[in-house]
Design a protein around this ligand. Sequence first.
Ligand SMILES: Nc1ncnc2c1ncn2[C@@H]1O[C@H](COP(=O)(O)OP(=O)(O)OP(=O)(O)O)[C@@H](O)[C@H]1O
Length: 244
Amino acid sequence: MHLDVNIHKTLRSGKRTFELNVKFQSDSQRIVIFGPSGSGKSLTLKAIAGLLQPDEGHIRLDGATLFDSDAGINLPPQSRRVGYLFQDYALFPHLNVRQNIAFGLSRRWFNPSKDTHSEAVDYWLDAFRLQHLAHQLPAEISGGQRQRVALARALVTRPSALLLDEPFAALDPALRVHLHGELDQLQRHLQIPMVLITHDPSDAEVFGDHIVHLRDGAVDDRPLGMAVSDESDLPLTSLLITPR
Ligand SMILES: Nc1ncnc2c1ncn2[C@@H]1O[C@H](COP(=O)(O)OP(=O)(O)OP(=O)(O)O)[C@@H](O)[C@H]1O
């Protein structure tokens, strides 16, 4: 994957202003956007997905221009060929597992189709061992199963990259370790490029072939150990990470 991000956006709420100024390029299959809470990770991922429009700049993915303020290009999210995994998975509580996965294929937001029998849906139900849960609602399955449903929904459209917003944040420590391993294997098996955001050094270590360190809305180019040494909200273990 070649990802080229160079964006600027000013966000205002009341008297507070947040300046997002993010610039990086990567040819890695596994990019981690790493930084403390409030550093601009989610905003950056949303801009790549088309869920947030920058004021200026460009975003290019594998030769396709997703956004370019000078050229007046701003592809809608569904034309960007990226799958997005939300932090809380954002499954529809009233749709069962099969319907949630099929929703990835649907453009009908207000009345998703009840015709959920597509080969692609069955493929991902099988691949994630979810067939026996196809008729369960999200509230009736475990946290790990919910994550697999959300991944299946993101993958069913055959995206050219997967964007993951803190995929392990909501999980207890044991499940976290387990799903780390599952996602690691899944990425290697499918060879799907991914951009994962986290404030957890262990996520960055496992998935960060290329680590983009954000701080106060901008990329921090200092070596990671130095960069975090004055950040009281990051654990000391983050000093153990060596940028690759
Ligand atoms: N719509 C908005 N209007 C104004 N400020 C915003 C808006 N959305 C986000 N911000 C601010 O932008 C900053 C970065 O937000 P962002 O969600 O990208 O942080 P983050 O690095 O993903 O943090 P976390 O790890 O806690 O999710 C925060 O200070 C936030 O308050």
